[in-house]
Design a protein around this ligand. Structure first.
Ligand code: SF4
Length: 207
């Protein structure tokens, strides 16, 4: 059975689809432990509710948007169990928030990958990027300070990530933290010809 943290309708707050009405499908369990993780309630598989495929599909269908944001935790650790869910939702636009540590076995269902590799500044050990550049994939880096930026630039160079698919996002779990870093991160995004993404859900205080 799937381990699900929550399913709810809201507005995508960050990344290329920000501002869109979506259904969030948040799975439980993550292979990483970022020091600034904003979903500590979804880190362990056992923190989730056990749900059958049909229960997940029904709950998603009760929401209005036909656009799913699969997130976590790290959703790809349950990708085998997610296959039958997406088989029943073939008319939905599906985007995935992933840390990039897993290759995708769900590619036929996925319209967009928002891959956010976690670097050493996050408190995790370096790991291999498995989600390599393709036409569906965007890369989003969480930037807290100058060291994060330098590490990000090295990483982009190592994996030859295309600048037109890079987004820099300020680290910050509160509106104050976001506002303190936004101007600088926006400026360095422009300097390096990357995109900048704010976190609208934090700035506007919506879920
Ligand atoms: S990868 Fe995401 S869910 Fe996992 S610890 Fe880091 S921020 Fe939290």
């Amino acid at each position: 059975m799937l381990s699900i943290s929550e399913i709810f309708e809201s507005v995508q707050g960050e990344g290329p689809s920000r501002g869109k009405n979506v259904v969030f499908l948040r799975t439980a369990g993550c292979n990483l432990r970022c020091t600034w993780c904003d979903t500590p309630y979804a880190l362990e598989l056992k923190q989730g509710t056990r749900m059958e495929t049909e229960q997940v599909v029904d709950k998603i269908k009760k929401c209005e948007p036909k656009h799913i944001v699969l997130t976590g935790g790290e959703p790809m650790i349950q990708q085998k169990l997610l296959r039958p869910v997406f088989e029943k939702l073939s008319d939905y636009y599906i985007e995935v928030e992933t840390n990039g540590g897993f290759s995708s076995e769900l590619d036929e269902f996925i319209d967009q990958y928002n891959c956010s590799p976690k670097l050493e500044g996050s408190g995790n050990k370096k790991y291999e990027l498995k989600l390599l550049p393709n036409e569906k994939t965007w890369y989003k880096f969480v930037i807290d300070n100058e060291e994060d930026l330098n590490e990000t630039l090295e990483y982009i160079s190592q994996y030859k990530l295309p600048s037109k698919r890079i987004q820099l996002m300020p680290q910050g779990k509160t509106k104050k933290e976001q506002e303190e870093k936004m101007e600088w991160v926006e400026q360095v995004s422009r300097e390096h010809d990357f995109h900048f993404t704010p976190r609208l859900h934090i700035l506007n205080d919506f879920r």
